[in-house]
Design a protein around this ligand. Structure first.
Ligand code: HEM
Length: 298
């Protein structure tokens, strides 16, 4: 159904109302000059009215626009062009960022003003009732369409922010995926380097330095194990699994253990060895605590 017809149907606005509004055109004719002035007298009491109707020029333009709008309420053509015009008026108020509450309050004034005229000018009770019903319908339609511009504006803002959010999330996801791939490549490169270290450490054995060769080979094997763990964890993470913090503590543990092996070989100061052993103890404790939490979660 065409928008204008749909609105009319929802307000039960019929040809009878059009006829009533035509009658009202004659009745209200003598008030068209007074209306904008009375409107302004009422509206200027709104606390921020001066912010919008800020100078004599704007007030004059508004008075003129209001007079035209008031005249078109009566005996007009209430089709698509009328609704479009109301939407434009609504949009104008949205553009100047007028609080919709002011439009509602001002429309309330227009209703009271029109009701007063009808009460004053129409003596017949039934006629008065019909005219009142029709003016109420057309003013409600006006308010509905004018304020719908505010709702449309809100929807637009929401859609834009939703689109931007979608773009931002999509971009961050792709960026994070790219970083993860770089991490995997880095870990693979690390694996290759540890393999090199392993071969180098092994060479000490063939050179006859068996103790150094064995201990440092053990250290590089431990590092290889850690790299494998890290690659596995990262792959799991890329497949959507959770990140295992325990692996990182494992890395630190292995690094300290390797250091201990090397310091034993070099027969360095006992204090250094003790502090490394304490570090292993602390890291071991943390590793145990984290694995307990992981177990509970599973
Ligand atoms: C029943 C309520 C109201 C109606 C029917 C109405 C009607 C109109 C109309 C027909 C226009 C001209 C639109 C255009 O040509 O684009 C307009 C513009 C404007 N209205 Fe209203 N208005 C209402 C309430 C208010 C209120 C409460 C304020 C301020 C407190 C206000 C401030 C303005 C301003 C600042 C403009 C722009 C004027 C210009 O710069 O030309 N209006 N209004």
């Amino acid at each position: 159904m065409e928008n204008a017809l749909k609105i009319q149907a929802h307000y039960d606005f019929t040809d009878f109302d059009v006829q009533n509004l035509c009658e009202l055109k004659i009745i209200t004719e003598k008030y068209v000059d007074d209306f904008p002035a009375a409107f302004f007298n009422h509206v200027k009491r709104f606390d921020k009215a001066g912010k919008y109707l800020k100078d004599a020029e704007t007030i004059k333009r508004h008075q003129f626009a209001l007079k035209e709008w008031f005249k078109k309420l009566f005996c007009g053509n209430y089709g698509a062009a009328y609704i479009d015009e109301l939407e434009r008026i609504g949009q104008k108020h949205v553009d100047i960022e007028l609080d919709p509450h002011y439009v509602n309050a001002a429309m309330h004034f227009v209703k009271s003003y029109s009701i007063d005229i009808i009460q004053r000018e129409v003596e017949d009770r039934d006629k008065r009732r019909h005219l009142l019903q029709s003016i109420e319908k057309i003013l409600n339609i006006n308010l509905d369409v004018i304020t719908s511009s505010y709702i449309e504006e809100e929807k637009k803002k929401y859609l834009i922010s939703q689109k931007f959010e979608g773009f931002l999330i999509g971009f961050s996801e792709r960026f994070s995926y790219g970083l993860n791939l770089i991490l995997v490549l880095g870990l693979v490169a690390m694996g290759a380097m540890v393999m090199g270290l392993f071969v180098y450490d092994l060479s000490h054995i063939f050179e006859g330095n068996i103790e150094k060769g064995l201990l440092s080979t053990l250290g590089s094997l431990l590092m290889l194990w850690v790299v494998i763990e890290l690659v596995d964890t990262e792959i799991e993470h890329l497949k959507g699994g959770k990140f295992a913090i325990s692996v990182f503590i494992g890395v630190a543990l292995v690094a300290v253990v390797r250091k201990i092996l090397i310091t034993f070989l070099k027969a360095e100061a006992v204090e250094a060895q003790i502090s490394l052993i304490v570090a292993v103890g602390v890291l071991g404790g943390v590793y145990w605590l984290v694995s307990q939490v992981d177990k509970k979660k599973k």
